[in-house]
Design a protein around this ligand. Structure first.
Ligand code: ZN
Length: 149
């Protein structure tokens, strides 16, 4: 990764931390999943509205470090409007990216690639993947309220 690209990625994370997207509650959501990362103290609730097989709305509330918040913001942006299957594919891509299984192709991955840098810091991987695991839990459960760690 060149220095320019690294800076660009850092900027994406800083921007989303400062002005997170979909940072709100959804009233009467179909899914409400609480997430907690004890290693860092990141604590979020993910809200989701489903229509048939599609995620029509997804949002989050809570607090935590810049990486966890930016990741949640980008997750909601990417998953909103997707089918469950597409959302699950994104989850797998993200997981492979932050664990180093996937090579970084910034043109294909777009904003997701901003989190490639965390693969060298295991503690940060938890921060970056927290909201994604929570989204995954929301999609794979039939219960309305879930708590995940
Ligand atoms: Zn964190």
């Amino acid at each position: 990764m060149t220095e320019d690209v690294r800076e660009l990625y850092q900027q994406i994370i800083l921007d989303h931390n400062k002005k997170p997207k979909n940072f709100r509650e959804i009233e009467n959501p179909d899914r409400k999943v609480k997430a907690y990362n004890p290693l860092c103290g990141d604590q979020y609730t993910i809200f989701m509205t489903l229509e048939d097989d599609r995620v029509v709305d997804v949002s989050f509330q809570g607090s935590g470090c810049a990486i966890s918040k930016a990741s949640a913001s980008i997750m909601t942006e990417l998953v909103k409007g997707k089918t469950k299957e597409e959302a699950e594919q994104l989850f797998e891509q993200f997981h492979d990216l932050v664990t180093g299984k996937l090579e970084v192709d910034m043109f294909e991955l777009g904003k997701l690639a901003a989190f490639a840098g965390v693969r060298d810091y295991p503690a940060r991987v938890k921060c970056a993947s927290l909201s994604w695991h929570t989204m995954h839990a929301a999609l794979t459960t039939d219960t309305k309220t879930v708590t995940t760690e």
